[in-house]
Ligand binder design. Structure first.
Ligand code: ADP
Ligand code: ZN
Length: 730
């Protein structure tokens, strides 16, 4: 058994949040310490946060080993949590200090608990009774001896604070100091459940019996928007609370609304702890501490809530599990959905992955029997699914270089007349996907992989969407050397926008494409404006498929439904399909029914037929087969390597050196593509270079990657980041 207690002066190994590549030896502080204890330790002239990770190594001059300053007033990190951080660190190739920073994202953990004033019932009776005074006394009596803050008490009694202060003077109400980080009120699992439909009750029963096992298990809860997934998983939360364990509900930040919290309150009688970017620093600290001490039953939070120090976590719900925002794209590159499954397996907890449009990864895991699966097929209430139709492009007359068919034009025009919005969906960034030489037929390809280059007029360059290589548009054909014959072929969103503007000169046309916005915030702001009605026609890439709600949107035109069938972008078909289903979800809420039109040259293709008929299983099966054939996720593994430096040459030199010395990768049969400039080649003054590694599903990729990069010193301005299972390739 590993040692769990260290007497004062014993050597301990401490993990700190400082970027050092090893545990540091210290001596246990006065009073001794537990393994897992949070410490303040001296480091040079500073004092830093650390956690007792185990015994010290003793490989350092023992006379120089310093004692830790003190044990912090926080619950020690559990063994499970330590194991979780180590496993996530190993999976994402993140150094442990960065993992610890992720797990301690709350301010003032070392501070003494701060105090605040609270009020409770004292003895005696007021000299003069008024209604207001009686209400204060009644409110406190109702609390059965529990104290309230001034704000809570004045709210509960409906009086001003001066009424309460008056009663304090008379000793009728007692004013006391109380630590600020107080436990959250307990949630009542039997407070306000709805009567469930038969399907819902069966689903809830299945989730609850999973929880009753007290063991690990993951369930994919699939159902159209409005089918009652939230109602059902809240029953699982209730069961988890009855078992005396804690629960965590993860939502994409954009879905973490006051409305959702009100729903939780209606179900459990009180609000849960919240963890997201809008939570104040003091509240963050309270959540962090209370989760660790067991003073919070339920946390509703964004992805980083997964790294809170739960004492006894029994259930993790990942709502909208397909949402790409679960992937953290800077700092520690982790996917909260996947890491939730990992954490649950360590905690002997259950996971519920809820979605109307699951990711292929989760579908495949359910299909393989690794996850349970529950389907809610009916909507609650009378909502209807939108109509979906194919436009057979073989029967449409379109001049060359145009993509909006007469039928689709008519549908858009009808929406314009009613002041409703249309979305033209094309999963192609840039101006044109292919650049071809009209003299010899040569297509400009990428020098680094087998993809074609895409013209981006906005950037004035050709870009490879596979590995990110870019080059200027050449004057002459690289093959036949004839000048001035290179031509754009096919549509990208930039070109489609030109066409829509020409067809509908009176309409406000906007383009939503990830490469056109400087920041996520700018994009979110723009999306909100558009949702509010500041556009008539939205031209969008997969970006619009991210669960944004456009209430005025009643028409979706898919410009090239065949595109997803070609597998050029790994998740193009999946996103197209998800978009269709999400449109379905919206249409049920709005008064007006929605219409989805798919332009296709092959309406008889199984994937198109599956989309139109709503036969999702067939769709997933076809999509899975396509991906399996080219061995991409979830049937193969990818890792992105992002090198950056203020000096472009330095980043490239390292990229080339890595590409040349790929023996550790070849040993596991993995291939490396690149280096190539990233599509966003400069971010905040840093030049970015990418490599892409592709490996077989079972290959020990992390170990090989670690062995591969280890010999290369990352010094000075250079940075190297490894993105396991990349979702974006920018
Ligand atoms: P989903 O999470 O699948 O989108 P919700 O759980 O949000 O579905 O349910 C959609 C709406 O229907 C919500 O307003 C919810 O309160 C309501 N609803 C669902 N099931 C029931 C039920 N059994 N009784 C009453 N209202 C329900
Ligand atoms: Zn390439």
């Amino acid at each position: 058994m590993s040692q769990s207690w260290f007497d004062e002066g014993e050597l301990i190994g401490v993990l700190t949040t400082q970027p050092l590549d090893r545990l540091l030896d210290y001596r246990a502080p006065a009073g001794g310490c537990h393994v897992g204890a949070f410490l303040e330790v001296p480091l040079g002239p500073r004092r830093v946060l650390g956690v007792v990770w185990g015994p010290g190594r003793g490989d350092f001059d023992l006379s120089k080993v310093r004692p830790a300053n003190r044990v912090l007033d926080a619950a020690p990190m559990t063994e499970t949590m330590r194991g979780f951080l180590e496993k996530v660190g190993a999976y994402t190739l993140t150094p442990m200090p960065a993992m610890l920073r992720l797990a301690t994202r709350a301010p003032g953990l070392g501070d003494a608990p701060s105090m605040r004033k609270v009020y409770r019932r004292g003895d005696g009776w007021p000299d003069r009774e008024t209604d207001a005074r009686r209400r204060v006394i009644a409110a406190l009596d109702e609390m059965g001896g529990l104290a309230l803050t001034l704000g809570e008490l004045s709210d509960a009694a409906g009086v001003t604070s001066s009424v309460i202060k008056g009663l304090v003077k008379q000793g009728v109400v007692l004013e006391e100091d109380s630590p600020r980080d107080v436990p959250y009120p307990r949630l009542d699992p039997d407070y306000g459940g709805k009567e469930l439909t038969e399907d819902q009750a069966e689903a809830a029963g299945q989730l609850c019996s999973g929880i009753a096992t007290g063991a690990y298990g993951t369930t994919l809860l699939k159902g159209v928007t409005g089918s009652g997934k939230t109602e059902v998983y809240l029953e699982a939360v209730a069961e988890c609370l009855r078992q005396g364990r804690q629960a965590l509900v993860l939502l994409p930040e954009i879905a973490l609304t006051a409305e959702f919290l009100t729903r939780v309150e209606a179900r459990f009688g009180t609000r849960p702890a919240e963890w997201h970017s809008g939570v104040t620093m003091t509240e963050r600290r309270r959540v962090w501490r209370m989760v660790g001490e067991g003073g919070a039953d339920l946390v509703v939070g964004a992805r980083s809530a997964l790294f809170l120090p739960f004492r006894d976590l029994g259930l993790i719900v990942v709502d909208e599990e397909h949402d790409t925002s679960y992937k953290q794209e800077d700092g520690v590159l982790y996917n909260a959905r996947d890491m939730a499954v990992l954490r649950a397996s360590l905690e002997s907890a259950q996971v519920v992955l809820a979605s109307a449009t699951p990711s292929l990864e989760s579908w495949a895991n359910a299909d393989a029997g690794k996850y349970e699966r529950i389907d809610l097929t009916a909507r609650f209430g009378p909502a209807v699914l939108p109509e979906m139709r194919a436009i057979d492009m073989r029967g449409e007359t379109l001049p060359g270089g145009r993509w909006i068919s007469p039928t689709l034009q008519g549908a858009v025009r009808a929406r314009l007349e009613k002041s409703e919005q249309s979305l033209l969906f094309l999963n192609r960034r840039g101006y044109a996907p292919v650049t071809v030489c009209r003299a010899c037929g040569h297509q400009i390809g990428c020098d680094h992989c087998d993809a074609r280059m895409v013209e981006h007029r906005f950037l004035k360059r050709l870009v490879c969407h596979q590995c990110g290589a870019t080059k200027p548009m050449p004057e002459r054909c690289p093959k036949c050397e004839v000048e001035g014959k290179l031509a754009a072929v096919g549509p990208g969103v930039e070109r489609l926008t030109e066409e829509a503007q020409a067809l509908f000169p009176e309409a406000r046309v906007v383009t939503l494409s990830s490469d056109l916005f400087g920041s996520a915030r700018a994009l979110k702001a723009r999306i909100e404006e558009i949702a509010g009605g500041e556009a008539d026609i939205i031209i969008g890439t997969q970006l619009v498929a991210k669960g944004h709600n456009f209430p005025l949107l009643t028409l979706v035109g898919v410009i090239d439904a065949d595109l997803g069938l070609q597998g050029s972008d790994l998740r193009a078909a999946e996103r197209t399909f998800q978009l269709m289903r999400q449109v379905a979800g919206r249409a049920g809420r709005a008064e007006k029914p929605g219409l989805a039109l798919l332009q296709t040259h092959q309406p008889e293709h199984p994937v198109i037929r599956a989309i139109l008929s709503g036969d999702e299983e067939n769709f997933w099966r076809a999509e899975a087969a396509e991906r399996e054939a080219v061995r991409v996720p979830p049937y193969g593994r990818l890792a992105g390597i992002i090198l950056s430096s203020t000096d472009a040459q330095e980043a490239f030199d390292l990229g080339n050196a890595l590409a040349r010395n790929d023996a550790p990768l070849r040993r596991i049969g993995a291939q490396v593509f690149g280096p190539a400039p990233a599509p966003i080649a400069r971010v905040r003054g840093r030049h970015r270079v990418r490599l892409l590694v592709k490996a077989a599903k079972g290959a020990p990729l992390q170990q090989a990657l670690a062995d591969w990069v280890r010999p290369f010193p990352i010094k000075g301005q250079l940075r190297l980041a490894i993105d396991i299972d990349p979702q974006s390739f920018y």
